[in-house]
Write a protein that binds this ligand. Structure first.
Ligand SMILES: Cc1cc2nc3c(=O)[nH]c(=O)nc-3n(C[C@H](O)[C@H](O)[C@H](O)COP(=O)(O)OP(=O)(O)OC[C@H]3O[C@@H](n4cnc5c(N)ncnc54)[C@H](O)[C@@H]3O)c2cc1C
Length: 520
C-alpha cells in the first residue's frame, strides 16, 4: 500500500465512488473488505492511523464470550463462535488457539464452569477448537505454576482464539486494497455533502499530513467511527441525540515470569461482576480489563488510578507473586463504543451486539459489536448499503476470503509470524541491507527492517504508527519504546527524505504520548 499513489487515484477520480467508509478500525476496515470484494468501488478514510482507536486496545481475544453466556445472550455467543472459527481459517498467521483455565477456589465452581464450558463447546458446533475439560489441582498447577495455591481445588480448561488486533486491522486494509479499495489513513472527514433533497452524496475531508482539503462523492456513505459515531451523526443532523456510551477498559502488561507456560487465566467474576483475563501475548502477560463509563471520546484515553489498583488487586489474588506498579511494563486503555439502552444500565450490562441504522439522509451507521464479529457486522452493513444506494446486487464472499498475509503453520514463537506471507519481503530487505537485521531495542525482538518495511509497504507515517501498531513495542514495554524513538525516527526520516528538525519534533511528540504508558 502506498499513500501517495492512493491520493493520486482519489484526485484522478471525478465520478461517484460506490461506497465511502468513515473510520479505519475493525468495523470500517471489515466493511471495506466486504464492499471491495463484492466488486464495489470503495474508499475508506481514517482521521488518524488504522486501528489508532479502540481496535488496537482490545484484550486480543477472538472469542465467543463466556461472559455473554453467563448473561444469557446465547445468540451473540453463537454468532461470535462461528466468526471465531472463520477467522482462524482465514487469518491463520495471526490467530492462534489459546487455552484458558478457570481456577476453582469454591466447591461449586468446578462443576458449574465444567458444565458451562461444555455448553460453550456445543454452541461452537463443528468450528469448535478443542473440547473443554476439568483439571485436578496438580494438572492446573502444571499448566499455570504461578497460580495462587491457597484454597485451590482444581480448574476448568477451555479454548478460544487469540490474535494481534492492530496487525489484523492492517491486514484488512491490505486485503481491501488487494481487491481494489483505497484505504487512507490520516484523512479526516470534516463534513457531509448533501443534495437539494438533503440526501448524503459524499464527504469533505482534510489530509492531516499536508492540510489539503478534498471533496469525494459516493452513492452511499458509511459511518463506522466507533466512539466518534455521534460526531458524524451530528454532521448529518444538528439535532441528533447522542447514542454512544464510552466504556473504558485498561490492561497492564507484565513480564512472562508472572504467567509462564502457554495457558491463560480466566476469572469469571471480579468484585464488580466482570471477567478478568491474564493472557500470554508476544512473550509478556496481558492482564485486564475494567469497565468504567467515560463521558467523552478520546483517541488516547488514560488509565485511571482506580482501574490500575483494581487490576493489580485482582491479579494479586490469583497469582502466587503479587505484581506491583514497578512490575508493570506498559499500561494501555481503550474505549468501547456501546450503544446506550433506553433504560440506564451499568456499562458492563450493556449488550455487545452490533447496531445498524440508516438515517433519512441515507447515511448508514454501524457501531457496537466486537472485534471477533467484525466480518458479520460488515456483511450486514454492506447488504444494507447496497439497498440504500441501489447498487447492483453482489453476494458477500468474506466467509471464505483469505486475509492478506494468509499462511498456515507459522511458528507463533517467532515474532515475524504476524507478517505471514509478507515475511519474505522483510527477509529480502535484510539480505540487501544486513544492518536492518539488527534489533531496534535489546529487550524486544523487533528488527530495524520492520520499520523500513512498514514505511514502504504498510503506510506507517510516524513513530507511534511503528511502535504502537506495526510493531507492538509501546504496549509490551513502554520504556523500551521510549528509548527506541530516536532510532525509529532516523529510519523513517531516511525513507521520507526528512531532516533533523522533523526527527526532533517526531521524537518529542512520541515521548509525550508514550510516557502515559509507563507507571513509574
Ligand atoms: C478494553 C477493551 C477490550 C476489548 N477486548 C476485545 C476482545 O478481546 N475481543 C473482541 O472481539 N473485542 C474486544 N473489544 C471490542 C473491540 O475492540 C471493538 O468492538 C472494536 O475494536 C471497535 O472497532 P471500531 O472500528 O468500531 O472502532 P475504532 O477502532 O475506534 O475505529 C473507529 C475509527 O474511526 C476513526 N474516525 C473517527 N472520526 C473520524 C472522522 N471524522 N474521519 C475519519 N475517521 C474518523 C477513528 O480514528 C478510529 O480509527 C474490546 C474493547 C475494549 C475497549
Amino acid at each position: 500500500m502506498n499513500r501517495k499513489q492512493f491520493i493520486d487515484q482519489i484526485k484522478e477520480k471525478n465520478q461517484y465512488w460506490d461506497v465511502i467508509i468513515i473510520g479505519g478500525g475493525a468495523t470500517g476496515l471489515g466493511c471495506a473488505v466486504d464492499a471491495a470484494s463484492r466488486g464495489y468501488s470503495t474508499v475508506l478514510l481514517d482521521m488518524h492511523d488504522f486501528a489508532k482507536g479502540t481496535s488496537s486496545r482490545s484484550t486480543k481475544l477472538v472469542h465467543g464470550g463466556v461472559r455473554y453466556l453467563q448473561q444469557g445472550d446465547v445468540s451473540l455467543v453463537i454468532e461470535a463462535l462461528k466468526e471465531r472459527g472463520l477467522l482462524i481459517q482465514n487469518a491463520p498467521h495471526l490467530v492462534s488457539h489459546q487455552s484458558f483455565i478457570v481456577p476453582s477456589y469454591k466447591w461449586w465452581s468446578g462443576p458449574f464452569y465444567g458444565v458451562g464450558m461444555k455448553v460453550y463447546d456445543v454452541l461452537a458446533g463443528k468450528l469448535n477448537i478443542k473440547k473443554s475439560k476439568s483439571l485436578s489441582v496438580e494438572e492446573t498447577l502444571k499448566k499455570i505454576p504461578t497460580l495462587e495455591t491457597e484454597g485451590l481445588l482444581g480448574g476448568t480448561m477451555y479454548y478460544d482464539g487469540q490474535f494481534d488486533d492492530a496487525r489484523l486491522a492492517l491486514n484488512l486494509a491490505q486485503t481491501a486494497a488487494d481487491h481494489g479499495a483505497i484505504p487512507l489513513n490520516y484523512m479526516k472527514v470534516t463534513g457531509l455533502l448533501k443534495n437539494s433533497s438533503d440526501l448524503v452524496t459524499g464527504v469533505e475531508a482534510l489530509d492531516m499530513i499536508d492540510g489539503e482539503p478534498y471533496s469525494m462523492n459516493a452513492r452511499v456513505v458509511i459511518n463506522a467511527t466507533g466512539i466518534f459515531t455521534d460526531s458524524i451523526l451530528e454532521m448529518d443532523d444538528e439535532f441528533h441525540k447522542p447514542m454512544i456510551q464510552c466504556s473504558q477498559g485498561i490492561h497492564l502488561v507484565l513480564d512472562k515470569e508472572f504467567l509462564p507456560g502457554d495457558a491463560a487465566i480466566m476469572v469469571p467474576h471480579t468484585d464488580d461482576g466482570r471477567v478478568l483475563f491474564a493472557v500470554p501475548w508476544h512473550g509478556k502477560a496481558l492482564v485486564g480489563t475494567t469497565d468504567t463509563p467515560i463521558k467523552n471520546p478520546d483517541l488516547e484515553p488514560r488509565a485511571l488510578e482506580d482501574e490500575i489498583d483494581f487490576v493489580l488487586r485482582h491479579a494479586a489474588r490469583y497469582l502466587s507473586k503479587d505484581p506491583t506498579r514497578e512490575d508493570v511494563k506498559s499500561v494501555f486503555a481503550g474505549l468501547r463504543p456501546l450503544v446506550k439502552p433506553e433504560d440506564a444500565k451499568e456499562t458492563s450490562q450493556i449488550s455487545r451486539s452490533h447496531h445498524l441504522q440508516v438515517a433519512e439522509s441515507g447515511l448508514v451507521t454501524i457501531t457496537g459489536g466486537k472485534w471477533t464479529t467484525y466480518r458479520k457486522m460488515a456483511e450486514d452493513t454492506i447488504d444494507q448499503a447496497v439497498l440504500v444506494a441501489g447498487l447492483a446486487d453482489a453476494e458477500c464472499i468474506t466467509e471464505g476470503l483469505r486475509i492478506h498475509g494468509w499462511l498456515k503453520n507459522v511458528d507463533m514463537n517467532d515474532h515475524l509470524h504476524v507478517y505471514g506471507s509478507d515475511r519474505v519481503g522483510i527477509e529480502k530487505l535484510i539480505k540487501k541491507r544486513p544492518e536492518l537485521g539488527e534489533k531496534i531495542h535489546p529487550n524486544l525482538p523487533y528488527l530495524k527492517a520492520e520499520v523500513v518495511w512498514s514505511a514502504q509497504k504498510e503506510m506507517a507515517n510516524t513513530i507511534d504508527d511503528i511502535l504502537s501498531r506495526r510493531t507492538r513495542m509501546l504496549l509490551l514495554d513502554a520504556k523500551a519504546a521510549l528509548e527506541s524513538a530516536e532510532i525509529v525516527a532516523e529510519l523513517l526520516a531516511e525513507e521520507f527524505g526528512e531532516d533533523q528538525a522533523w526527527i526532533n519534533q517526531e521524537v518529542a511528540e512520541f515521548k509525550e504520548l508514550a510516557i502515559e504508558y509507563t507507571l513509574t
